[in-house]
Write a protein that binds this ligand. Structure first.
Ligand code: GLN
Length: 220
C-alpha cells in the first residue's frame, strides 16, 4: 500500500476544511505544502503579512534561523505568529523553525519565543552535520520514522508541560507543548506524512473547539 493511502486510513478526521500556511522565507516550503496536501488538507505559502490570522495552523520550515527570524520581524510575521499561537492554533517548527519557537537559544537572543524548551544550534557536531537515521516516535505508531538531520539543533532542556516525542542518543529531537510542535529534523524531506497528519489532528481538534464555542456547546 502506498504510504499516503496508509496514512489516510489511519487519520481520524476530515482535513479538507483545514487551511495550513507555510512560512515562505527559506527552506523546503513546497515539500511541506505537498506533505500537508497528501494528508488531505489545503496548504499555501505565506509571503505577505495579514494571511496568518486566517490560518488553522502554521509551519515554520528549516533554513537559517537568524535570517528567517530577521525577515519575519521585518515583514510583521512575528506578532501574527504569536497571536495565532495564543489563540491555541498549532504551530509546527522544523529545524530552524524549532529555534524560532524556543524560549531559550544558547549564546543568543531567542526569537519568538514561545515554547518552554532550550536549544543549541548546529549541535550534532561536524562529524554528523547531516545524516539520516531511524527514529522511534511512539505517537506516530510503531514503524520507525526516518529523521533527516541537516545542521540540526538539539533540545538541551525542556520545561514543565513539554511532552518528549522522540529521543536520539539521549537527545530530545521532537517535542510538543500544547499547540506547539517541534522537530530537530526535516519530516518534509521524506515521503512519510505521519508527522504532518499528526499536526493536522492538532489543528482539527482546535477548529472543532472553536466551532463548538461559536455554536454555544459545552466543550469541556
Ligand atoms: N543550522 C540552522 C540554524 O541554526 C538550522 C538548519 C536547518 O534548518 N536545517 O539556524
Amino acid at each position: 500500500m502506498p504510504q499516503d493511502a496508509e496514512n489516510k486510513i489511519t487519520a481520524s478526521g476530515f482535513y479538507g476544511d483545514l487551511k495550513i500556511g507555510v512560512l515562505a522565507i527559506q527552506g523546503a516550503v513546497s515539500e511541506h505544502i505537498d506533505a500537508i496536501e497528501n494528508c488531505g488538507a489545503r496548504a499555501f505559502p505565506i509571503r505577505n503579512a495579514g494571511l496568518i490570522p486566517e490560518l488553522d495552523g502554521l509551519i515554520i520550515p528549516g533554513g537559517e534561523s537568524t535570517t528567517i527570524g530577521r525577515l519575519s520581524r521585518k515583514y510583521g510575521y512575528l506578532n501574527e505568529i504569536r497571536s495565532l499561537a495564543a489563540a491555541g492554533k498549532p504551530v509546527l517548527g522544523t529545524c530552524a523553525g524549532l529555534i524560532l519557537l524556543a524560549r531559550e537559544v544558547e549564546e543568543q537572543e531567542p526569537i519568538l519565543p514561545l515554547m518552554s524548551i532550550k536549544t543549541r544550534r548546529n549541535a550534532f557536531g561536524r562529524q554528523r552535520e547531516s545524516f539520516e537515521t531511524d527514529l522511534s516516535i511512539p505517537v506516530l505508531g510503531e514503524k520507525p520514522f526516518c529523521g533527516v538531520f541537516i545542521r540540526a539543533p538539539q533540545i538541551t532542556s525542556i520545561g514543565e508541560g513539554v511532552e518528549v516525542l522522540s529521543i536520539l542518543d539521549e537527545v530530545v529531537v521532537a517535542a510538543r507543548e500544547k499547540n506547539l510542535l517541534v522537530t530537530a529534523f526535516h519530516p518534509e524531506l521524506t515521503d512519510d506524512t505521519r508527522l504532518h497528519c499528526y499536526f493536522l489532528e492538532m489543528a482539527l481538534e482546535v477548529k472543532h473547539k472553536i466551532f463548538n464555542v461559536k455554536i454555544g456547546q459545552n466543550v469541556e
